[in-house]
Structures are given as structure tokens and as C-alpha cells.
Ligand binder design. Structure first.
Ligand SMILES: *[C@@H]1O[C@H](CO)[C@@H](O)[C@H](O)[C@H]1NC(C)=O
Length: 451
């Protein structure tokens, strides 16, 4: 029954009925194994961070770290079969971060609603919930003081965005316990790509999930029942997107001129997602570009001859050029959409500029080692070992309170995300240059978003 509804709901999504049918077939036949394995393989292989069920970690660690390794998915399928899930969840009692009564009241008064789409950069516990991944300290140690499923020692940028809007942190769509969708939904899942089918929860699937959620809400209201969000809520909501990093990670091994033609299709998916949302009454968009990927300890520690040289700040020039090119294309796409949707506010945020500044001017922010992980292996210069992860024993963990940019080689620390978020929110790095709070409270019709 749930599937039948999903099909109805998904029909207007970006993928169309054919895509949905194909997906449903996949889901029906091998739902638990394949979906679990693919996501686990992707998360572990590309991001090398989440602790796997003990049985899968060795398989994945030796898989070579590509996004689209079908072999890896198959291999892990057997290992990732359900079974020890119950055992594991008994051992650890989670305290979710859903309850922040004060903020919730304020948000309800303001009617702040957000819908977020993305990957690990904005995952607030989605992948951990859907995969049943056992998460352990030191994850969450700097802020929540317990693991929450975020790939950080604390908050992600989206959490700071919620805080600046006086609303509680967004609940992941597929988290069964402690979720509260009165201020919106977080569809982001770590490891996800913008390109459909490359990952289980690619952007098109996240969009279908949104449409599913919206239709169920409106249906409930029509029947006179309660729903967390009404049609006004959907219309006035802020739609945030932070995706594309995993797509880029999948092509960075190619020579620069071979990477360039791979970028437009990724950006096209983000454009399609914005168009689909607009068709579904969304009018306020907040789109993040990608960061300075060439400064990530993971990339630096695994640098090959083909990657070329380092720039004055020790980052890989080629990779950063790819990131800048991607952002340029995405920004242009947002320009086009702004002309097309004159009833909408479409904000593009230059995450590269923000994150590169953090590395280049690190001393200004109280950061000593901008290219080294807080939680990794092997010590300086990068404290990153591609063969193991932050969460495995005998890690070299920085002192609590010591400011680092990188938590695990790919993801940022709570401290770094806080600095980045303050710049995101400021509007100084966005086109148009408007503050996040302005874009949210701005009435729907008072446009000219082109400043
Ligand atoms: C470093 O900070 C200075 C002064 O704020 C700024 O002009 C410069 O653009 C920053 N460097 C980078 C790479 O962002």
C-alpha cells in the first residue's frame, strides 16, 4: 500500500513514471539487501567515515573507494543482511536531538518551514537511521555530546541555518524515532549524488520523497486530519539544496579536460530539481555550491601524479579548479532560473569562496593546521589514512576544543561548520546578496530577487 501511494506521488517528480516503475521493481525484489548494501558501500567507500556493521567494514575498506562499484554493492549485499540490527540497537540507547521546546515555539510562531535536499554535508541523521548504522563516539562529541548520525563532531551547516531562524534542527525524512516535521523535512542522505541511479537516494529520489510527503500532508488536511505542514507552509517554505560533491568525487580521478564534460549533467539534475519544486509551489530556493575539494585531507593524502601540483595554500590546484568550474555552471543555472521564475527567490551561495578562505586565512579563525584532520590516522601532515577511518581504534584524535577545519578528512568539524554557516547566512557570498533571514521572512510576492 505504501508503495502504491509512492507511485502516485512520485509520478509528478523529476523522474517520471518509467523511472519510478524501474525503481519500484528494484525495491520490491531486493529492497533490504541491495538498498542497504549500495548505501553502505557508497557511504563507506567514498566518505570513509561511518562505522559499518562489523561484518561489512573489511569488505568495503578493500573496495577501492569508487562511487559506482557494482561489485562492492554485491559483495556487501550478503554481509549487510539484516540480523544483528536488533542486537545492536539494544546495546545503545540513543537520545535524539529532536526536542528543543523553546525554539520550536518560536518557529511555530514565525511559521518557518525548510525542506533540505543533499548529501552528508547536510545529513542530520538520515543515513544512520535508514541503514541502521551503529554510530559511536567521538562522533558528536563537541556539540551534542552523543552520536546523532551526523558525519561530524557536532553540527552541520544546516543545523546552524535552523538555529539562525530560531527553529529546531530538521528531522530526517526516514528517521522513525523523535522526528518532528512541523518545521519541515531533511531529505539529505550521506553519500547521495545528483545524478539519478548512481546512488540509492540520489536527488530525484529525494524529490519523489518530498512529493510523497507533500501529497500525504495535503490529503490528510483534506480529510480533516492533522498534518505537520499545510499548503501555505509548503508555499512559504525555504527549499535548500547542497549536493553534487559525490558526483564530483566520482570523476576527479580523470584528467581535467575529461572532467569538464561531466559537469553539465550534474548541474542539469540540480536545475531539474529546482524546476520540479517550482512546479510544486516552491518559491524560495537556497542553493549551495561545492567547497574547496582540493583542500580536503582525504584528497591531499591520496594525491597521485596525475592530480598535479599544490597551490600556495597547499591545496590541489586541479581539483579546486574543477570545484570552481562546477560552481560557475551552477551559478549560471541559477541566473537562468531567476529570469525564468520571476515569482521566485533563488539564492546561490559560493561555498568555494567561503571554504577556501577558511584554509587560506586559517590563522584569522584560530586554526593552526587547516589541512589536517582532527580524527584520523598517521599524524601530520594530513592525519588521514585511506585504508582506515576516523572511527576505527587507535585514531589520532585532536584535543577537544582545539580548532580544526576537517573532522575526518572529508567532513567539517562543528567549529568549522559554525564559521562557514555564519558566512552563508550573512549573504555576503551569495547571488543575490541577501541574508538568509531576509529570504525566509520575505513575503512571497515582493520579489525582485535580482539585486
Ligand atoms: C583572506 O582574507 C583577505 C582579507 O579578508 C581576503 O581579501 C582574501 O580574499 C582572503 N583569501 C582567500 C583565499 O579567500
Amino acid at each position: 500500500m505504501a508503495m502504491a501511494s509512492a507511485m502516485n506521488g512520485g509520478g509528478n517528480g523529476g523522474a517520471g513514471v518509467g523511472g519510478v516503475m524501474k525503481r519500484m521493481g528494484l525495491l520490491r525484489v531486493q529492497y533490504y539487501c541491495v538498498m542497504g548494501a549500495v548505501a553502505a558501500a557508497v557511504v563507506l567507500a567514498t566518505l570513509r567515515y561511518m562505522p559499518a556493521p562489523a561484518t561489512t567494514s573489511s569488505t568495503v575498506a578493500s573496495s577501492g573507494g569508487t562511487v559506482r562499484s557494482a561489485a562492492t554493492a554485491d559483495e556487501t549485499a550478503a554481509a549487510a543482511a539484516p540480523g544483528d540490527g536488533v542486537e545492536r540497537s539494544k546495546k545503545k540507547k540513543y537520545v535524539w536531538d529532536g526536542g528543543e521546546e523553546e525554539g520550536r515555539k518560536k518557529a511555530a510562531a514565525l511559521g518557518v518551514v525548510l525542506f533540505n535536499f543533499g548529501d552528508s554535508n547536510s545529513d542530520t541523521g538520515g543515513v544512520a537511521a535508514v541503514m541502521g548504522i551503529h554510530i559511536a563516539p567521538p562522533e558528536g562529541r563537541a556539540y551534542f555530546h552523543h552520536p546523532t548520525g551526523r558525519l561530524s563532531d557536532g553540527r552541520v551547516i544546516l543545523d546552524f541555518i535552523c538555529e539562525s531562524l530560531n527553529t529546531h534542527h530538521l528531522s530526517p525524512f526516514m528517521r522513525p524515532l523523535g522526528s518532528d516535521y512541523s518545521n519541515g523535512v531533511n531529505f539529505a542522505i550521506a553519500g547521495s549524488t545528483a545524478i539519478p541511479g548512481d546512488t540509492t537516494f540520489s536527488l530525484d529520489v529525494q524529490l519523489d520523497q518530498f512529493i510523497f510527503f507533500k501529497e500525504r500532508c495535503l490529503e490528510s488536511i483534506e480529510r480533516g486530519e492533522d498534518a505537520p505542514i499545510d499548503s501555505k507552509g509548503f508555499e512559504n517554505a525555504l527549499y535548500t539544496m547542497d549536493i553534487g560533491h559525490n558526483d564530483l568525487m566520482g570523476v576527479l580521478h580523470l584528467p581535467y579536460d575529461k572532467i569538464l564534460p561531466k559537469l553539465p549533467p550534474i548541474v542539469a539534475e540540480i536545475k531539474k530539481a529546482i524546476e520540479t519544486l517550482h512546479k510544486n509551489d516552491a518559491r524560495k530556493f537556497w542553493i549551495h555550491g561545492t567547497g574547496a575539494l582540493g583542500c580536503l585531507p582525504q584528497k591531499l593524502a591520496t594525491r597521485k601524479d596525475e592530480d598535479g601540483g599544490l597551490d600556495e595554500h597547499g591545496c590541489i590546484t586541479k581539483i579546486n579548479n574543477v570545484a570552481k568550474k562546477f560552481n560557475e555552471l551552477l551559478s549560471e543555472t541559477c541566473d537562468d532560473l531567476r529570469l525564468q521564475f520571476t515569482d521566485s527567490t533563488i539564492v546561490f551561495v559560493d561555498m568555494f569562496a567561503i571554504k577556501y578562505d577558511l584554509v587560506a586565512n586559517h590563522t584569522k579563525y584560530g586554526i593552526e593546521k587547516p589541512l589536517m584532520t582532527c580524527c584520523g590516522h598517521g599524524g601530520p601532515p594530513y592525519n588521514y589514512d585511506p585504508k582506515t577511518s576516523c572511527m576505527i581504534n587507535d585514531k589520532d584524535l585532536c584535543k577537544l576544543g582545539e580548532k580544526f577545519i576537517s573532522w575526518d578528512g572529508v567532513h567539517f568539524t562543528d567549529a568549522a561548520n559554525g564559521i562557514v554557516a555564519s558566512k552563508v547566512i550573512s549573504g555576503e557570498f551569495s547571488i543575490p546578496r541577501i541574508k538568509l533571514t531576509t529570504s525566509v521572512v520575505r513575503p512571497k510576492k515582493s520579489k525582485d530577487s535580482r539585486l
